[in-house]
Design a protein around this ligand. Structure first.
Ligand SMILES: Cc1cc2nc3c(=O)[nH]c(=O)nc-3n(C[C@H](O)[C@H](O)[C@H](O)COP(=O)(O)OP(=O)(O)OC[C@H]3O[C@@H](n4cnc5c(N)ncnc54)[C@H](O)[C@@H]3O)c2cc1C
Length: 330
């Protein structure tokens, strides 16, 4: 059920089988599988998922290609709640390993927050990442187009950019390397440094050999209307026309609450085994936060794997369940 602060207060003694941090596609999928394994589950989600920002999910089998992230999340949450799982809108601040259980410190509310401790035997980190965006004087100008035709994911939207004039917005030399796989979809590529970093001779030669243009002036603003970016205005007032953009500036990883636990990372991503178990035996990581491919279909599959492994662990470590009466005996 959808939990409130009051309800949680009355449930202080409950120990969930699994607590899932994050209610995106990864966390919701794990929650549905765990509940269907008859395990008690709590999903805690702070909102503003990366998937919420996705305007259209073009590449997910069985869903219409204009399905929005919002629709996917609403439908997934309703599905999870019908299985009897608990869901709380809150922010997970800290996880403490108590040996058999985890004590999870949760902040509920923003203006007048209250803090609570929730306990669980297993923890699933499904808290994702969020993309860095170009920093311009008027950030609303960036938000107007980001996620529409100012894309952040080449795998998701390369197809949408085929044969288009695409601007690549980088934050470092290495971030501009994305131009080469983008070149599979379109040859019309302009790279923008926003005046923030130098492009070395080697990369410059390789980009220019492909016919890609490099613009090193600061950007004043994106141009366009109705969430469709049509170009860029530079600091000197000149404009460059574009059909789409690709931001390649890295991401923030939502894993601060795990700081107190020694886990293996690669970059900001958690390293896991094939069932998504991290280097801690009772912590799993799924979706964009773990090493792998950042896609909804992978996040959903990750949830199924982690839930199944937790079920196996619990099933193998406990005596068989006691069925009350055998209704089929007669
Ligand atoms: C603009 C855009 C377009 C995309 N298009 C596609 C596409 O077409 N196809 C595709 O397959 N993929 C697409 N993606 C990628 C896709 O959105 C991600 O791969 C997917 O959302 C990953 O799911 P997740 O559950 O790991 O993370 P998320 O969806 O980000 O969910 C994580 C949740 O955890 C919450 N959280 C984080 N920290 C905490 C905390 N401390 N306490 C509580 N909650 C917390 C977050 O707020 C969030 O709600 C796109 C992404 C973007 C940004």
């Amino acid at each position: 059920m959808q939990l409130s602060k009051q309800f949680l207060n009355q449930q202080q003694d409950q120990v969930y089988d699994a607590l899932i941090v994050g209610g995106g596609p990864a966390g919701l999928s794990a929650g549905i599988y765990l509940q269907r394994y008859l395990l008690s589950t709590l999903i805690i989600d702070k909102g503003k998922a990366r998937s919420f920002w996705m305007q259209e999910l073009h590449n997910y089998l069985g869903l219409p290609p204009d399905t929005s992230g919002r629709e996917l999340l609403n439908q997934g949450k309703d599905h999870y709640l019908t299985t009897g799982g608990d869901y709380l809108n809150a922010y997970v601040e800290e996880v403490i390993d108590e040996g058999e259980t985890f004590a999870v410190r949760v902040r509920i509310g923003r203006k007048h927050p209250t803090y609570m401790i929730v306990r669980a035997r297993y923890l699933i980190a499904a808290s994702g990442i969020i993309d860095h965006l170009p920093v311009l004087e008027n950030m609303q100008n960036v938000f107007d187009y980001a996620g529409h035709n100012l894309h952040v994911c080449l795998i998701c939207d390369g197809y949408e950019m085929r044969d288009q004039r695409v601007g690549v917005f980088g934050s470092s030399e290495s971030s501009l390397e994305v131009a080469f796989p983008l070149g599979w979809f379109t040859p019309y590529i302009t790279l923008f440094t926003n005046g923030a970093f130098e492009v070395g001779a080697d990369l410059r030669d390789r980009l220019q050999a492909k016919g890609y243009r490099i613009v090193e002036q600061p950007i004043k603003q994106f141009l366009g209307e109705n969430h469709q970016m049509t170009g860029v205005e530079l600091a000197d007032g000149s404009a460059i026309e574009l059909d789409a953009g690709l931001v390649s500036m890295g991401s923030k990883y939502h894993a601060d609450y795990l700081k107190g636990i020694d886990l293996e990372y690669k970059g900001g991503n958690l390293v896991t085994d094939s069932m998504n178990r991290t280097s801690h035996p009772r912590i799993f990581a799924i979706g964009d936060l773990k090493v792998g491919m950042n896609q909804v279909i992978i996040a959903a599959a990750d949830g199924a794997l982690a839930a199944t492994q937790i079920w196996r662990d619990i099933r193998r470590s406990e005596p068989p369940r006691n069925f009350q009466t055998n209704v089929h005996a007669a």
